[in-house]
Ligand binder design. Structure first.
Ligand SMILES: *Cc1c(COP(=O)(O)O)cnc(C)c1O
Length: 380
């Protein structure tokens, strides 16, 4: 059988960084401080510097990071533990389930605004049209999908004009940037995920909230610790949502390699795009936006050929994935719980056309050439 080229290869990455990771884990085995051990504070400090964000709070997952940020807004802005259902949070229909689900968990109502087919990200012109119509928007939650940065300048101008909180879903965009700012630091909040398959991934679940506001950041921190500074006498309805010492240790070691790995992703993406851009039947991702970190290399396959093409790749040992097959407002959980979506056509089209190709940053030149050869063979 031919050699497999998976979409991602965590064993290969571990082998490459093994010594640093093993050393970091060995320290934890010595000190045995598994909850909020020294690695947690050190990781938060290093991320603060790397991202240029004044407040970084480690937490148990990217999903919890979103919920913590939303809850902090309800507490700070409305003086309530949760939102009311009349409070709206605007986000994209083309994202992972957790983005929309976090809004429901915080008690608010999601408003899904259609995507821009060029970037696959939320269409900010449409967001502005919605903001003109509704005065109930408490927050806008852009998702930097596939590592593609949503434009910071446009968002900040709209925030100034309409007044809302920004929570960036940075789960797929660690290290991405826009207008000279790291994604996750545009304004009020960034919510990062360290799920193993993310650009910076741990050995289990983990996440991070970034904030530029001291009091919002403090609220997030106490919410991760049962809702109070003193856990035997708490002020808020909190969670047990701390990041594990062990995950922090793994991430501290991996952080040293992230810039190199993100640059390798960019190189692979550039090689694919220069080979595929002239092929009919496939649309390459947007490369016009600087700061993209290519968490996924996602093309669009036209003419209803996606399944056929996926099978063609599979038969030749090449992995591919669909992110995402269903727009959020079509999921059962959102039925009767979200506003009438503000445009659905582009997101629906994307769901039936998107396909992500192997973007393992440690792919060899031969493997990259092999992917290119097979894709060309299909579309030529
Ligand atoms: C992965 C992901 C999340 C959730 O992160 P977890 O750490 O798995 O909870 C949220 N939003 C997006 C866009 C994601 O890709």
């Amino acid at each position: 059988m031919e050699k497999q080229i998976p979409i991602l290869d965590l064993v290969r990455q571990y082998t490459w960084m093994k010594d640093a990771i093993d050393r970091s884990i060995a320290e934890c085995l010595k000190h045995q401080t598994w909850i909020l051990g020294p690695e947690v504070g050190l990781l938060e400090k290093k991320l603060s510097t790397f991202l240029d964000s004044p407040y970084c709070i480690g937490c148990s997952s990217g999903t919890e990071a979103l919920v913590l940020a939303l809850r902090a807004i309800a507490i700070e802005d409305l003086d309530q533990e949760f939102f009311e259902v009349t409070d709206e949070v605007v986000t994209t229909p083309l994202t992972f389930t957790a983005t929309g689900d976090s809004i429901l968990r915080a008690g608010a109502t999601p408003v899904f605004v259609d995507i821009d087919p060029r970037t696959q990200n939320i269409n900010l012109e449409q967001v502005e049209r919605y903001l003109e119509l509704s005065s109930n928007v408490r927050a806008v939650m852009p998702v930097h999908l596939y590592g593609h940065p949503v434009d910071a300048g446009t968002l900040l101008r709209m925030k100034e004009k309409y007044g809302f909180r920004i929570i960036e879903d940075v789960a797929q965009a660690f290290g991405a940037s826009s207008n000279g700012k790291m994604c996750g630091t545009y304004a009020d909040f960034g919510a990062f995920s360290f799920f193993p398959s993310k650009n910076l991934g741990g050995f289990g679940d983990g996440g991070l909230v970034t904030s530029n506001d001291e009091s919002l950041a403090e609220l997030c921190r106490i919410l991760t610790k049962h809702g109070g500074k003193d856990k035997y006498n708490v002020d808020h309805i909190g969670y047990n949502a701390r990041i594990d010492t062990l995950q922090a240790a793994v991430l501290l070691a991996k952080l040293e390699y992230i810039t190199d790995l993100n640059n390798r992703r960019r190189k692979i993406a550039a090689a694919y795009t220069s080979a595929f851009k002239t092929l009919a039947g496939i649309t390459v991702p947007d490369h016009m936006t600087p700061g993209h970190v290519f968490h996924q290399y996602t093309v669009r396959i036209h003419g209803g050929e996606r399944n056929d093409f996926m099978n063609f790749l599979k038969d030749r040992g090449i992995g591919s994935m669909i992110y995402y097959p269903v727009p959020l407002p079509r999921m059962n959980v959102f039925e009767g719980r979200c506003k009438e979506p503000f445009g659905t056509l582009e997101a629906s089209n994307a769901c039936s056309e998107v396909l992500s190709l192997p973007i393992e940053p440690l792919l060899t030149d031969e493997e990259i050439a092999r992917v290119i050869e097979v894709v060309k063979e299909y579309f030529f």
